[in-house]
Design a binder for this molecule. Structure first.
Ligand code: ADP
Length: 481
């Protein structure tokens, strides 16, 4: 990983540059090669056709003038010489015994040439054409018939033509094509360079913006709106950043809340103890009353610490669950009984509705605490003379707990956030209501440890409903819910 950061050739810019350059240059080179090969093939074919048609004319003349019985024929000999000069090649005329009767180089007259191509042409009565590119030599072997219309082969016309001039022309075309290839390659490299800068520019802008955020030099929103992807990235990043900022603010507020919550009982204990110490003649009843108050404050302190510890413990996953068969109806009733005094104080009515008796494998203490958080919230964040409705139901696989209230509700854009630790909606308002922002985080962790799910629906000013679904049978395996 560390090395990649230093390696220029692993940068996106370099890889884009390299890919475009390679693909572009290779494509142009392949096209060039294809064009040159087809030009060469075409030229060779033309030359071969040209030679074959000239051969046909001469072979007809040889037949017409009965050349094999009259090899001194001026006309045929000069025609053959002209053709040899025209193609800058050598022409041999062979009779049916494969004996050379005419050689434009005058080297092998009277000798025999029983080459493979001579035999093939003689036997098959077909023109034999061969191109030896290495030696730049084109060989044509053409049958001479006894009579113009007959199929009987009476001799052969063999032409060996040098293709130097043809290859030279093709080389010149090739050279021009190479210059074009070079120019195109330069253009492609130039374009690839700018395209790679254009495509990676936004990424670099993102990186430099993130660097300013990391260094604390800026806290502006990320706004790299060059491509669809960078727009999406910027939007998602800004959401994440806003969320992190808000969590951080909540965390700071939580720390001060917790310190405050922890200090308040301590301060009360100190005041109570000091006043007893300063008044040595205080009656026994006063001692007992103050000591009772001190014990209450210690209980309160304990509750706060327990809450914090529960959250830490829940983080350590399912190992901490104490799963047993539990009567859910009874469990809910017990929770509601505990919340009743708080509800009565706030003039909130709690209604419980059970559709059937439910037995399920759960950790009773933890689930009771989770449910208690929901019901307490429904009471705490309620209006004067409000109601809370708790119902339970089940099917063959799950049981369901629904907690509804007609309280103050939660703004839609904060519904996702309320399960975050330390998150409290409308902090100024919430401050008047006791709480640390840990309750729903605890509830959600507990439900998830039971492989269940929790959902919330709320309308601001109208009320809130929490729905919990938990499997009736606890399984060690993770169940996707
Ligand atoms: P707290 O200790 O603040 O109650 P919770 O985690 O239990 O923390 O809840 C987080 C926030 O969600 C609360 O501060 C409150 O703003 C909001 N909330 C939770 N339950 C309700 C509800 N039933 N109605 C309205 N707001 C709620």
């Amino acid at each position: 990983m560390k090395n990649i950061r230093k390696r220029f050739y692993w940068s996106l810019r370099f890889l884009i540059f390299l890919s475009i350059s390679l693909i572009g240059i290779l494509s142009v080179a392949v096209v060039k090669y294809g064009i040159i090969s087809s030009v060469r093939d075409q030229r060779i074919k033309l030359r071969q056709n040209d030679i074959a048609s000239q051969c046909l004319i001469i072979s007809n003349h040889i037949t017409d003038y009965d050349y094999f019985n009259n090899p001194a024929s001026e006309m045929i000999n000069s025609e053959v010489m002209q053709l040899a000069t025209m193609f800058s090649g050598r022409i041999l005329i062979l009779n049916k015994e494969f004996k050379i009767v005419k050689d434009t180089f005058d080297l092998d007259v009277g000798k025999s040439d029983i080459s493979k191509q001579a035999i093939i042409t003689f036997r098959n009565d077909k023109t034999y054409i061969d191109y030896d590119r290495k030696h730049k030599l084109m060989e044509v072997c053409f049958p001479i018939h006894k009579k113009v219309d007959s199929k009987e082969v009476t001799g052969l016309l063999m032409i060996a033509v040098s293709t130097d001039s043809l290859e030279e022309t093709i080389n010149k075309v090739n050279q021009k094509a190479n210059i074009l290839l070079f120019i195109f390659s330069a253009i492609i490299i130039f374009l690839a360079f700018f395209i790679s800068i254009f495509l990676t520019g936004p990424i670099n802008r993102i990186i430099s913006h993130l660097s300013t955020l990391v260094d604390g030099r800026s806290s502006d929103e990320l706004q790299v709106y060059s491509f669809k992807e960078t727009v999406l990235f910027s939007d998602k990043f800004n959401l994440l950043f806003a969320r992190m900022k808000s969590i951080d603010e909540s965390r700071q507020e939580f720390v001060s809340n917790v310190s405050h919550e922890l200090k308040t009982p301590m301060a009360s204990i100190k005041v109570l103890a000091d006043s007893l110490l300063s008044d040595e003649s205080a009656p026994r009843e006063l001692y007992i009353e103050f000591l009772r108050d001190i014990a209450d404050e210690i209980d309160r302190e304990n509750r706060i610490i327990t809450d914090l510890l529960s959250l830490v413990r829940l983080d350590k996953k399912a190992g901490s669950l104490d799963i047993k068969q539990v009567n859910i109806n009874e469990m809910v009733e017990e929770v509601l009984k505990l919340v009743k005094p708080l509800a009565d104080d706030s003039h909130v009515d709690i209604v419980f509705e059970s559709f059937r008796p439910i037995m399920a494998e759960v950790d009773k203490i933890k689930l009771s605490q989770a449910l208690m958080n929901l019901v307490e919230n429904a009471v705490k964040y309620n209006n004067e003379i409000g109601w809370v409705h708790v119902s339970i139901n089940s099917d063959h696989k799950y049981f369901y707990i629904k907690v509804s209230d007609n309280g103050i509700g939660i703004p839609e854009d904060q519904l996702d956030l309320i399960f975050d630790r330390f998150y409290r909606v409308d902090k100024s308002h919430s401050r008047q209501i006791n709480g640390t922002g840990l309750g729903l985080a605890l509830t959600k962790s507990t439900v998830i440890l039971h492989h269940g799910s929790i959902k919330v629906n709320s309308i601001l000013g109208d009320g809130t409903t929490f729905d919990i679904r938990i499997p009736l049978v606890y399984s060690e395996k993770i169940i996707v819910v």
